[in-house]
Design a protein around this ligand. Structure first.
Ligand SMILES: [Zn+2]
Ligand SMILES: [Zn+2]
Length: 380
C-alpha cells in the first residue's frame, strides 16, 4: 500500500533469515478494521501515546496472520509459547507487535504489550521500503524479526480459524472485567453482555462472553445481516441501529433487564459515535469496554456527570490484543470450533490481486472477516 487507496502487487528478493529470525510461508492473513481505516487514509495510530504515528507508507498490510515456517536463521531456533523449539514446516501464528523489551512498560508487570514506547507492528509500522521488506501478511512470504513471539497452531485447528486468533485475543477486556469487583463493576457468570458493532471483533466478543458464562447476550448493529450472525453466537436481543433511535435502544435494553441496563457493554464499532451509547446501555455500576477505537476518528461529546460519575461506571480501554491471550485463544478456537460457528465469521477468501476490491467489500454488510490467501487456497 503506497498510500490511501493505492495498492500494487510487487516482487521483493527472497529473504535470508538472520540469526533468530524466520521466514513464514503465508497461509492466511485477515483484513482488519484497522486496515480499512488505513486504506481510507484514517491512519493516525496509537494517538495520544509516546508512539503516536502516521502509517509509514509504503507498507505491506496484514497483522492477523497464520503461516508455515519455511526457513529459520542460524543459531538457536525460535520457540513456541511453551518454550518448545519450532522447526521448518510448523504452523504458527506470529504476534504482530514487536516490543523493545527495555522501556518502562516492557519492564513493568501487567502492562499490555501494546503500551511499549518503541513498539513495532507488522502490517502497520514497519515500512516495506526497509529491507528485507516483507513485514506484513498480505504477501506470499513474511519476514519475522528476531524476538517475534510465535504461537503453535493446534493440529486439529484449521488454518482459516487460526487466522481469527489475533481478533479473539483482543477480547481480553472481558477477562480483565472478571477481576473487577469494586463499585459493582466487573463481569460475572450470568451477567447480561451487550456488544455494539457486530463485525468480526464483535462476534469474537460475543463468543468469549458466551464461553465465560454470560447469562444473556445483546447485539447492536446497523446491518441486519450482521445481527443474524450475532444470533449464531447466542445473542437473542438484536437491536437494529438503522431502524431505531439511541433512546429506543436504551429503553429496549432496560426493558430486557428489569429496568437496569446491561452489566457489561462492549463497544466494537470502530467509530467514536457509539461510545456515549455504550455508556447509556450499561446499568448503574456496570462496566463499559471500549475495544474498537484503534484509530483516531475524532472526539465525541461525553457528559461525565450523567454518563460516568452518577451511574458509577467502570470504563476499560482496550488498545489491542495482549500476548497472554494468544495461546488461550488458539486453545478456545480449537476446542469450541464445533460448538460455536467461528467459521461463519469468515465470509470471503481472496487472492493478492483481489485485495483492493476486497477492502471495499470488507466495508459492506455482506462481508465479515475477509481472509487473504497469498499463496492460493492450499489443498485441505
Ligand atoms: Zn486487527
Ligand atoms: Zn518497550
Amino acid at each position: 500500500m503506497h498510500g490511501p487507496g493505492r495498492l500494487t502487487v510487487e516482487r521483493f528478493p527472497a529473504p535470508e533469515p538472520e540469526p533468530g529470525a524466520a521466514v513464514l510461508r503465508m497461509l492466511y492473513s485477515g483484513i482488519c478494521g484497522t486496515d480499512k481505516h488505513t486504506w481510507r487514509g484514517e491512519s493516525l495510530q496509537y494517538a495520544g501515546t509516546d508512539h503516536e504515528r502516521p502509517v509509514p507508507y509504503p507498507i505491506i498490510c496484514g497483522h492477523e496472520n497464520v503461516g508455515m515456517i519455511e526457513a529459520i536463521g542460524e543459531g538457536p531456533p525460535p520457540v513456541d509459547e511453551l518454550g518448545r523449539p519450532l522447526a521448518v514446516g510448523d504452523r504458527v501464528v506470529p504476534a504482530p507487535n514487536l516490543t523493545c523489551g527495555r522501556c518502562r512498560f516492557c519492564l513493568g508487570e501487567g502492562y499490555p504489550y501494546y503500551l511499549c514506547t518503541a513498539l513495532d507492528d507488522y502490517g502497520n509500522s514497519l515500512s516495506s521500503a526497509r529491507p528485507p521488506h516483507l513485514f506484513g501478511g498480505w504477501s506470499q512470504h513474511m519476514y519475522l524479526l528476531p524476538g517475534t513471539r510465535l504461537f503453535r497452531v493446534p493440529d486439529g485447528l484449521p488454518s482459516q480459524l487460526a487466522a481469527l486468533t489475533e481478533v479473539l485475543a483482543v477480547t481480553h477486556g472481558l477477562d480483565a472485567a472478571r477481576s473487577i469487583t469494586a463499585l459493582g463493576g466487573g463481569f460475572r457468570a450470568g451477567d447480561t453482555v451487550a456488544v455494539i458493532g457486530i463485525g468480526p471483533l464483535g462476534l469474537m466478543h460475543l463468543a468469549k462472553a458466551e464461553l465465560l458464562g454470560a447469562g444473556r447476550l445483546i447485539a447492536v448493529d446497523l446491518m441486519g445481516e450482521r445481527l443474524g450472525q450475532a444470533r449464531g453466537f447466542g445473542a437473542d436481543l438484536l437491536l437494529d441501529a438503522s431502524a431505531t433511535s439511541q433512546a429506543e435502544r436504551v429503553a429496549q435494553v432496560r426493558a430486557a433487564t428489569g429496568g437496569l441496563g446491561a452489566d457489561v457493554v462492549v463497544d466494537c464499532s470502530g467509530v467514536a459515535d457509539t461510545f456515549p451509547e455504550a455508556l447509556e446501555l450499561a446499568r448503574p455500576g456496570g462496566t463499559v469496554i471500549e475495544a474498537g477505537a484503534f484509530v483516531d476518528m475524532g472526539a465525541v461529546p461525553i457528559n461525565p456527570n450523567r454518563h460516568i460519575c452518577t451511574p458509577g461506571l467502570t470504563v476499560l480501554g482496550v488498545g489491542g490484543e495482549t500476548l497472554e491471550q494468544y495461546a488461550p485463544s488458539l486453545a478456545l478456537l480449537d476446542r469450541h470450533q464445533q460448538r460455536l460457528p467461528f467459521a461463519r465469521a469468515i465470509t470471503h477468501l481472496v487472492s493478492l490481486d483481489e485485495v483492493a476490491s476486497a477492502l471495499e467489500l470488507a466495508q459492506t454488510g455482506s462481508a465479515m472477516k475477509v481472509l487473504v490467501a497469498p499463496n492460493g487456497e492450499p489443498p485441505s
